[in-house]
Design a protein around this ligand. Structure first.
Ligand SMILES: *[C@@H]1O[C@H](CO)[C@@H](O)[C@H](O)[C@H]1NC(C)=O
Ligand SMILES: *[C@@H]1O[C@H](CO)[C@@H](O)[C@H](O)[C@H]1NC(C)=O
Ligand SMILES: *[C@@H]1O[C@H](CO)[C@@H](O)[C@H](O)[C@H]1NC(C)=O
Ligand SMILES: *[C@@H]1O[C@H](CO)[C@@H](O)[C@H](O)[C@H]1NC(C)=O
Ligand SMILES: *[C@@H]1O[C@H](CO)[C@@H](O)[C@H](O)[C@H]1NC(C)=O
Ligand SMILES: *[C@@H]1O[C@H](CO)[C@@H](O)[C@H](O)[C@H]1NC(C)=O
Ligand SMILES: *[C@@H]1O[C@H](CO)[C@@H](O)[C@H](O)[C@H]1NC(C)=O
Length: 665
């Protein structure tokens, strides 16, 4: 009789939901009835409640969470007594169903999920299966058998994810031997329709939690089975051919499989897909074997567990806004700071100052610099003296770049992944300063970075895990993936679409937007101006401090660079410069042409009468008196500067002073 009661109630609930009660989504009902099953969303509740500023806010947030299934076609709310009756009856029904299933199956969680599943299928009214999860890939049984040979000898418990009944019975036919009792067909609730890639990777979040507490959407998880599972088999969809690395369903399946593997624990994962799984979650070094569409992984569960703890996406910070420095121990010998100079000796001085700043922050990690053959011995000697270990690399050409274009060789950055004598590296651009120790960043997984725009990360500071096969992965797709800006940043963002947001204080872009009011400007300036500074890393956008006169920031003298101008940031850089060994100062000397350029810009600023008045400063920079090339009379160069037919005599060979190396610093 209880069974029939259940059927009646289920039908009622379904009718009710389809008619006018679409405002209770299955999530809210599920949460309401089984709060313990959904501790994530409850967690968010709690955190939001604790942190939200007023009662009012809290109210709004709860409504948002509970009613987040609300859709536009909800016209009216149902009457309260009717709702109450349905909920009560449902409760009775479920408690019956629980005991009923309890006898037949050994564990409740499964029965519960089966019950909710029963409702949900009808709940997604008319929808059937969620298209975001459907893979149209033909399963090639030969590939699967061949891959599974690697696991021979054990009697496996297999968990299927995203396989339908037909496919599972096909599996039983083709893959032998298989023990019926050791098969579990996992069910994963699809993620809410409102969850898009953009909502998982918002361009901006309130990191300081000044106005709101950022939170990530909830991705349903799989209940951990009581049965022992040795292998999880997952079929991954690729809905948008060519760019399925940003498919939400595909991500969700991988995150759910990873969560299951980490907590179950499960030794192997087999993905059936035509496109590589997320490399940060399932790095290629854990790939045991791949045959066509079958990818067999043996994950490092300890590491996977750590990754699963991080927020999914960059909708929340993966590190607290004010990380505690000084506590991280890590593996000193296997971790390094790395930068790269692609055929750009003007950055040598920047790299030297960056090294100085790292040592001043108290870090003793190795410093490694990648240079190509265009960097002279002279410049290398300076870099070594500053503490950089030099690795000479072959440049990597971007096949899609124009010849001699600014970005032709930017893919050389991929060589970072070849530094396999290190487990982790913190990559830094050569135009930034480390103001406080950031060794704790070595504790973060690949790729941790700050946000750039849209759903993308900024490649100026990144945590990377070197690996020859990841390097190969990057090279393998070089002809097929197009970078939005032709640079490495665009490319890396296509491969590592899943990344972790670190606070922007770890890669603070020195930039004062036109819209910034005085208060904002002051606040920003305080971040790097205070002593000790609040920022960890200051990234010098615009004209670089060592290419300006040290008297003031030359970004002031030009319309297009003004947004980058800050005398305080400029002074900060020179303080680090002055702390460098005196022998290193010569690497920051100005070429005659640069002096002429600076003076030219100053005169232009004077003509335009810029309000800031920096052009009035009488320049005292002692570097004006040092000449490192054979064009020393730079003032005469100014006579024809700016004319269309002006040609510089750029063919000189610098004859720099010889440095005496004292590498044992
Ligand atoms: C779930 O329900 C289906 C059909 O209603 C049934 O065949 C299956 O055995 C159930 N599984 C579990 C684990 O309860
Ligand atoms: C199961 O998946 C296969 C594709 O692998 C598809 O052709 C078939 O229609 C599906 N069956 C059901 C019952 O959905
Ligand atoms: C993938 O590309 C298609 C067009 O090529 C576009 O419509 C779609 O939005 C893209 N999907 C994602 C997730 O970026
Ligand atoms: C980011 O900005 C660049 C230009 O600055 C643009 O080309 C690109 O489409 C943007 N990306 C996203 C995801 O918004
Ligand atoms: C990566 O490849 C280089 C040669 O290209 C080799 O020297 C190095 O040992 C490899 N690293 C690992 C961890 O296999
Ligand atoms: C490419 O590298 C050059 C330095 O060689 C740098 O100036 C430029 O900003 C880079 N471009 C992109 C798009 O990353
Ligand atoms: C360059 O052009 C200027 C006029 O703009 C002219 O006076 C000068 O003679 C030219 N110089 C050369 C080298 O052609």
């Amino acid at each position: 009789m209880g069974k029939w009661l259940c059927v009646v109630i289920s039908t009622m609930v379904v009718m009710f939901s389809e008619k006018d009660a679409c405002w209770i989504g299955h999530v809210s009902l599920h949460n309401f009835l089984f709060p313990e099953n959904d501790d994530d969303s409850e967690d968010i509740h709690k955190r939001r409640l604790q942190k939200s500023r007023s009662e009012e806010d809290g109210r709004k947030l709860i409504d948002e969470v509970i009613l987040h299934d609300k859709t536009d076609n909800c016209k009216q709310k149902p009457s309260q007594p009717l709702l109450l009756a349905v909920v009560l009856l449902t409760l009775i029904c479920i408690s019956y169903s629980l005991t009923y299933h309890h006898h037949r199956y050994n564990y409740i969680s499964h029965a519960v999920s089966n019950f909710t599943l029963g409702i949900e299928i009808r709940w997604n009214s008319g929808g059937g299966t969620d298209q975001r999860y459907v893979s149209h890939l033909e399963i090639n049984w030969d590939e699967i058998s061949s891959v599974l040979e690697k696991l021979s000898g054990e009697n496996h418990g297999i968990g299927f994810l995203n396989f339908n009944e037909t496919e599972i019975s096909d599996w039983k036919k083709h893959i032998k031997p298989i023990n019926e009792n050791r098969i579990v067909n996992f069910h994963l609730d699809p993620v809410d329709r409102s969850v898009t890639w953009d909502s998982l990777y918002p361009e901006w979040i309130d990191e300081e939690q000044g106005e709101e507490v950022p939170s990530c959407p909830n991705l349903p998880k799989i209940d951990v089975p009581r049965k022992r599972i040795d292998l999880i088999v997952v079929k991954l969809p690729c809905v948008h051919k060519g760019n399925c690395s940003r498919d939400v369903g595909r991500l969700h399946l991988q995150v759910a499989a990873a969560g299951l593997a980490a907590s179950s624990p499960v030794k192997h994962l087999l993905f059936v897909t035509d496109f590589f799984p997320i490399p940060n979650l399932f790095p290629c070094k854990e790939l045991v074997v791949r045959q066509g569409h079958a990818w067999l992984y043996e994950p490092n569960l300890k590491i996977l567990r750590e990754k699963i703890q991080l927020p999914v996406g960059s909708c929340e910070l993966a590190l607290p806004f004010k990380p505690r420095d000084g506590n991280y121990i890590g593996n000193v010998r296997r971790e390094a700071y790395v930068t790269i100079l692609h055929s750009a000796h003007v950055y040598v001085c920047g790299a030297i100052a960056a090294a100085q700043s790292i040592r001043m922050s108290g870090s003793t990690r190795d410093l490694v610099i990648l240079v190509d053959e265009t960097i002279s011995h002279y410049h290398r000697s300076g870099l070594e003296l500053a503490g950089w270990k030099i690795r000479t690399i072959q440049r990597i050409r971007n096949p899609k770049a124009e010849k001699n274009a600014y970005n032709e060789w930017n893919y050389s950055k991929f060589r970072l992944w070849q530094l396999t004598d290190y487990e982790k590296i913190i990559f830094i651009d050569a135009d930034l300063l480390i103001l406080r120790n950031i060794d704790f960043l070595f504790g973060m997984p690949e790729i941790s970075a700050t946000g750039n725009n849209g759903t993308l990360f900024n490649s100026g500071v990144m945590v990377i895990e070197p690996s020859n096969c990841t390097f190969k992965l990057l090279m393998d797709h070089i002809n097929e993936i197009t970078s939005y800006n032709g640079g490495d940043q665009g490319y890396l963002n296509e491969i590592f679409t899943w990344w972790h947001r670190i606070p922007k204080t770890l890669n603070f872009l020195k930039n004062f937007w036109i819209g910034d009011d005085e208060e904002t400007k002051e606040k920003k300036t305080r971040l790097f101006g205070a002593d000790p500074p609040e920022l960890y890393v200051l990234h010098y956008l615009g004209l670089k401090p060592w290419l300006c006169f040290r008297d003031y920031d030359c970004n002031w003298n030009s319309d297009i660079f003004r947004e980058f101008a800050s005398d305080v940031a400029h002074e900060r850089w020179w303080k680090v410069h002055d702390a460098m060994p005196i022998q290193l100062h010569q690497f920051c000397f100005l070429e005659s042409k640069q002096k002429a350029q600076l003076e030219w810009d100053r005169r232009e600023a004077q003509k335009a009468g810029f309000q800031d008045g920096h052009w009035k400063v009488k320049v005292q920079d002692p570097r004006l008196k040092k000449c490192i090339d054979n064009l020393c009379s730079w003032k005469s160069m100014l006579k024809h500067w700016g004319e269309a037919n002006w040609t510089d005599d750029g063919s000189f060979n610098p004859t720099p002073p010889v440095v005496r190396l004292k590498i044992d610093r």
